[in-house]
Design a protein around this ligand. Structure first.
Ligand code: LRH
Ligand code: MN
Length: 397
């Protein structure tokens, strides 16, 4: 394949690649041992949209902002007009709607899996409200992470909880508008430390399928036990037409929510390789929703977000370099080393010069991070928000 053909394929891939950023990635976050407040952190929805607008202005790849209902839309659908005004002002649209079913006191023993029918009713109503918010702001995905579980063996019935969960998800699916997708996210543990009701991809798949055709599985890269072959799970979900979206981040140990590609960039490359293979495979492959889910406890939040988007573009472009037809021939003729060298060769290719050219041709800064630094945005918001963030100290106990 000529270099010109290669470049046009990369440019096409980049034109089609956008990744959603999480509003909570701009706010002050921490661990249970403390939170290191940053002067420039976003303290309200207006500032989160402004930061998202800056990232989109610099990268051209983040047109939507994921919203967490209780953190960003305390008034529910009544906040829709506020959202519309912020979208207009900042050039970024509302993205996936993420219900909060993990912080209310009533959810101590679970939300939609709680033995109390009254608590389940309240939790289901929050899911239905989230669906209505999605309709009101015109966003495609309602993205469900259910933190429910237990901490000690014998203290809860896993099977009764499955039944209660299916009832709530069926009711939520029935409320979806055509074109709305319900994403079911799984996580093996935390905050529950004995069993989690939606702990792996198989459970999420069964729940999505039993809920209905507009329900798909969301793969958060940080939600797997060490050693799990995540790209194999992705291949299965593609095969089953059940892959709805990703929450990208990185980790060394557990759900560390570190910046994408900071620990194991080859992991994300292998996932994108499955995606490009699906695109090349023809057939009706609906690309999943690409989303970032990180908390930036130490790095500057806008810098970390720009760094993450640029890394995602680089890894998506590298994987697009793979000649899928040639790779399939080598794989099916078991030419192992040749296949691996073609696959790995793409990963080792420095695509940054091509990305710079792609950006320049689209009127974007060749180096978004350098443009962020020279533009003074972070210094400006730090000056504006510093006083508000100074008071926000919190510690574990
Ligand atoms: C849970 C999770 C989920 C979000 C939260 C912020 O660990 O990945 O996607 O709701 O992080
Ligand atoms: Mn997540």
């Amino acid at each position: 394949m000529s270099s010109l053909e290669t470049k046009s394929r990369i440019f096409q891939a980049l034109d089609a690649f956008s990744i959603e950023i999480p509003s909570w990635g701009f706010a002050n976050t921490g661990t249970r041992f403390g939170k290191f407040a940053q002067a420039a952190a976003a303290t309200n929805l207006e500032e989160k949209f402004a930061d998202a607008g800056e990232v989109h202005r610099l990268t051209g790849a983040t047109p939507t902002l994921a919203l967490h209902v209780l953190w960003d839309l305390p008034n529910g659908v009544d906040d829709a007009d506020t959202i519309k005004a912020l979208e207009k002002k900042n050039g970024v649209r509302a993205g996936s709607i993420n219900p909060n079913l993990f912080q209310d006191l009533e959810y101590k023993y679970g939300s939609i899996c709680n033995p109390s029918a009254e608590v389940r009713k309240k939790a289901t109503q929050h899911l239905l409200d989230s669906v209505e918010i999605g309709k009101a702001v015109g966003s495609a995905e309602v993205s469900l992470w259910i933190a429910d579980g237990s901490n000690y063996p014998g203290t809860q019935s896993v099977r009764r909880r499955i039944g209660w969960m299916k009832d709530a998800l069926a009711e939520t699916h029935a409320a979806l508008a055509p074109g709305q997708t319900m994403l079911v996210e799984y996580k093996p543990f935390e905050p529950a430390f004995y069993h989690t009701d939606i702990a792996d991809w198989g459970m999420a798949l069964e729940l999505a399928r039993s809920a209905g055709p507009q329900a798909k599985v969301l793969v958060d890269t940080g939600h797997h036990y060490q050693g799990t072959n995540i790209e194999q799970i992705v291949a299965w979900l593609i095969e089953l037409n059940a892959l709805g979206g990703f929450h990208f981040n990185d980790r060394k140990y557990a759900d560390d929510d570190l910046t994408l590609g900071s620990i194991d960039p080859y992991q994300i490359f292998r996932i994108f390789a499955e995606i490009h293979a699906a695109h090349a495979g023809g057939g009706s492959f609906n690309p999943p929703a690409y989303m970032i889910d990180q908390s930036h406890n130490l790095k500057g939040k806008v810098e970390a977000m720009v760094q993450t988007v640029v890394t995602a573009q680089e890894l998506y472009a590298k994987a697009a370099l793979i000649d899928q037809a040639q790779l399939a021939t080598l794989q099916d003729s078991c030419q192992l080393v040749e296949a691996e060298e073609l696959f790995r060769g793409a990963f080792w290719t420095d695509v940054r010069p091509m990305l710079q050219e792609w950006r320049i041709q689209r009127g974007l800064p060749a180096d978004p991070m350098a443009a962020l630094r020279s533009g003074g945005y972070v210094e400006r918001i730090a000056a504006e928000r510093g006083a508000k963030n100074a008071v926000g100290q919190s510690s574990y106990a």
